[in-house]
Design a protein around this ligand. Structure first.
Ligand SMILES: Nc1nc2c(ncn2[C@@H]2O[C@H](COP(=O)(O)OP(=O)(O)OP(=O)(O)O)[C@@H](O)[C@H]2O)c(=O)[nH]1
Ligand SMILES: [Mg+2]
Length: 198
């Protein structure tokens, strides 16, 4: 897929009314610092269109990136990081849950997991929650693959799959924002989903 245009027409805070985009939305969920915003930049071939940081908790709004006027990538704040304290975190969790359960144009929820980490309780909950809410296992993006040696790749993916209790059909795409590996595979998948819907 060629990226012809990108735009950021909607940015939502806790008090915002969620937009009705009328286009398929591919939502990026995952722990703080897993690489969601870097994933957006790598897909869109922009260095820092989505703001990233080595400190967790960078993204504090729901950002709707319009791509080719055809679909949206939705960058969520990460879970599992409460710099702002439990009250603020709870507001956020509520907004994210509201969006995920009520968002009328959500096409796919994509769960990002760090290749170097065993999924934790929140990751497992998110996986199960997406499965329950949509009836499907999420597409899983395994990030930061460049940080592993080649020889460790297969084992890391197998361990994540086992820990999640994912079926053999659950799609897992190894990805690196550094090398861009996995980028084409993901974009082709988006293309296929969009074609199936048209
Ligand atoms: N080596 C490497 N570093 C990565 C990769 N993806 C992200 N990072 C780094 O990981 C850190 C966090 O990346 P972000 O994209 O900001 O993570 P996020 O999931 O959006 O984090 P929040 O907004 O806090 O939820 C940054 O320092 C990125 O440069 C990757 O594929 N490889
Ligand atoms: Mg982010």
């Amino acid at each position: 897929m060629l990226i012809r245009s990108v735009d950021l027409p909607y940015v939502c805070g806790v008090k915002s009314v969620l937009p009705k985009t009328g286009k398929p939305e591919f939502v990026l969920a995952g722990r703080s610092n897993v690489g969601k915003s870097s994933f957006v930049n790598a897909l869109l071939q922009r260095k820092s269109f989505a703001r990233t940081s080595s400190t967790p908790g960078k993204t504090r709004t729901i950002n709707f990136y319009a791509v080719n006027d055809a679909f949206f990538l939705v960058d969520l704040p990460g879970y599992g990081y409460a710099k702002t304290g439990p009250v603020e975190q709870e507001k956020w969790d509520r907004l994210i849950r509201r969006y995920l359960s009520e968002g009328e144009d959500i096409e796919e929820v994509i769960l990002l997991l760090d290749s170097r980490r065993v999924p934790n309780e929140m990751d497992l909950q998110m996986f199960q929650w997406i499965l329950a809410a949509t009836g499907y296992e999420p597409i899983v993006i395994i990030t930061k693959m460049d940080k592993l040696k080649r020889s460790q790749h297969a084992k890391a993916i197998k361990e994540i799959r086992e820990k999640l209790g994912a079926s053999k059909d659950c799609m897992m795409i190894p990805f690196s924002a550094e090398t861009k590996s996995g980028r084409e595979e993901f974009l082709e998948l988006v293309d296929k989903i969009l074609r199936e819907n048209s």
